[in-house]
Design a protein around this ligand. Structure first.
Ligand code: KMH
Ligand code: ZN
Length: 273
């Protein structure tokens, strides 16, 4: 089987220090959490950034400082900024980190309920606009899908030239859709041949989905954005602890861990100078 790419979603936009005091806000905290995940075996950092008080921001300047701080500690890691940002942000606000020419960025392929009255809006025009901007800048999208209909959107938009193939999908399970082995198998079966995929199980689904994903030959995302617990009732002390647990599961199942350069090879990324 291919080596395992571990993505660490270290920060997110919704989780707070009240959920887990180790959730990073400041530049120093974000760099610390990225380094802990990288040293444990993560080759991709999925990045949201915050103001020092925890307010989510898509500011290009804040991303720049955070990305530089991460690369100082993890020189070869792949940084994948979010273009999802936080619920309620405008398209252009969300797209700011693309101006820094990252190797990858997320491309959310549909609108969904996000708890309470919150709706995470991604209209057809938003998806096309984001896809086009990523093509222009040579940024590989991580096609983020929260249900099977979003895969169908991605396939349609790829046919129309808004997303380049082969696509790399991230199945985020346990938000809109349930997170079972059957769900994951259905998602994997629904993507075009030649695509790559990662699974991100939310909350208590994080490690069961990781284990199934590893056994199926896919890739895995963990991190505070998705889950703050190492096991039931035990808060993780760092993102690194969550990545270490995935590495232990992978070793038991005979999957080797991909370095950032091996992840680039698998995903067809060109390393930025
Ligand atoms: N924070 C969510 C509203 C992404 O990173 O692209 C969007 C999100 C998805 O987290
Ligand atoms: Zn995110």
């Amino acid at each position: 089987m291919e080596k395992l790419i571990i993505t660490a979603a270290i920060c997110g936009a919704e989780v707070t220090k009240e959920n887990n005091p180790a959730v990073p806000y400041t530049v120093e905290e974000i760099a610390r959490e990225a380094e802990s995940a990288y040293k444990a075996g993560a080759s991709i950092i999925h990045l949201h950034v915050r103001e020092d008080d925890g307010t989510p921001t898509q500011s290009k300047e804040r991303f720049k400082v955070c990305m530089e701080a991460i690369l100082e500690r993890c020189p070869d890691v792949i940084i994948q900024p979010s273009t999802g940002g936080a619920v309620g942000m405008s398209d252009d606000e969300r797209l700011q980190p693309l101006e820094l020419n990252p190797e990858m960025a997320t491309l959310d392929c549909g609108t969904l309920n996000f708890g309470g009255d919150e709706i995470f809006v991604n209209t057809e025009n938003t998806i096309k606009y984001f896809g086009q901007r990523m093509i222009e800048r040579g940024v590989k999208p991580e096609v983020e899908v929260f249900d099977k209909g979003m895969i169908d959107y991605a396939i349609r938009f790829a046919k129309q030239g808004y997303i380049l193939e082969p696509m790399h999908f991230d199945f985020v399970l346990g938000v809109q859709m349930t997170a079972t082995a059957r769900d994951l198998a259905f998602m994997v079966d629904s993507i075009p041949a030649g695509s790559t995929w990662t699974v991100a199980g939310i909350g208590r689904h994080e490690f069961p989905m990781a284990a199934i994903g590893i056994a199926m030959g896919g890739h895995v995302r963990v991190g505070f954005e998705d889950n703050v617990y190492l096991s039931k009732g035990v808060l993780a002390k760092s993102n690194g602890e969550l990545v270490e647990k995935v590495v232990r599961i992978a070793k038991e199942l005979g999957r080797e861990i991909a370095t950032p350069d091996e992840a680039r090879e698998i995903l067809g990324l060109k390393k930025r100078k």
